[in-house]
Design a protein around this ligand. Structure first.
Ligand code: MG
Ligand code: MG
Length: 265
């Protein structure tokens, strides 16, 4: 069942997603060599709760029922998604994908950004740049009359043109009162296929892109997903609403980009 949202519900989603954007902005201030991913988690959780919201990821069960133990996902270098914050110290040249979710006034926010830690190689910076570009190309196709396959096709062709891997096992999703609603939003697809897009549909588009092979391995913790070849992966995510003539981006990278300035990807 795909729930179409009213204008009022879309504004509630915008508020929750704006808080996610602000949280990512707070993290952008402190992501530097020497900080642990656990510290990032503490800062994010406190910021979210101080703003009257709840970190949706905390306690969220995986298919085996294992609850996610933290408030954000921090996926470093070869980790693609769902990395668990811990004692790992970020070092110069690393990248860290931060995925953040909030529940505010009954509605969910969900957005992700891959950050550079210190000086990152041009090869990896390009991976981040292309992944972020592919997210916006997907969003351009999120208009009434197009289909889900058009979004996936736009993301996939841009990334594969650059010889990157497009993850198949994890996908974007509908979002509203629940973090994960129908439909599933793959980052691959064929033009003109899949669910018809309609005014009021709210979805999270989230390309997960690998530098080389798209083959994945699940770590023993039951959450962390990494590349099989240990090469880097990037993850950018926006929550959007499909409106009558264009996509309305409800989450925002503005706070991150204000902090990073010319260093933003
Ligand atoms: Mg997310
Ligand atoms: Mg998501």
């Amino acid at each position: 069942m795909v729930y179409l949202k009213t204008d009022e519900e879309i504004e509630l989603l915008r508020a929750s997603n704006d808080l996610v954007g602000q949280t990512l902005g707070e993290l952008a201030k402190v992501i530097k060599p020497g900080i642990t991913t656990k510290k990032l988690d503490c800062i994010a959780e406190e910021f979210i709760r101080d703003h009257g919201a709840f970190p949706t990821f905390k306690g969220y069960p995986n298919p085996n029922g294992t609850p996610f133990p933290a408030s954000i996902c921090t996926s470093v270098n070869e980790q693609v998604v769902h990395g668990i914050p811990g004692d790992v110290v970020l070092k110069d040249g690393d990248i860290v994908s931060v995925d953040c979710g909030t529940m505010l006034n009954g509605f969910c926010g969900d957005s992700a950004y891959t950050f550079c830690v210190g000086e990152v190689s041009e090869e990896v910076r390009k991976l981040l740049r292309v992944t972020k570009e592919s997210l916006y190309l997907g969003i351009e196709n999120a208009v009434p009359g197009k289909r889900l396959g058009d979004i996936g096709y736009a993301v996939q062709t841009h990334c594969e043109k650059n010889s990157y891997g497009v993850v198949r096992e994890f996908v974007g999703h509908g979002i509203g009162r629940e973090m994960h609603e129908e439909p599933m939003v793959p980052n691959y697809g064929r033009r003109g296929t899949g669910v018809l897009l309609k005014n009021g549909m709210c979805i999270a588009i989230e390309p997960m892109i690998t530098l080389r092979s798209r083959q994945l391995v699940m770590e023993d913790d039951g959450w962390t997903v990494r590349t099989k070849d240990h090469m880097c992966a990037a993850h950018f995510e926006h929550t959007i609403a499909i409106r009558k003539s264009s996509a309305d981006i409800l989450s925002t990278f503005r706070y991150v980009e204000d902090v990073l300035g010319d260093n933003a990807i």
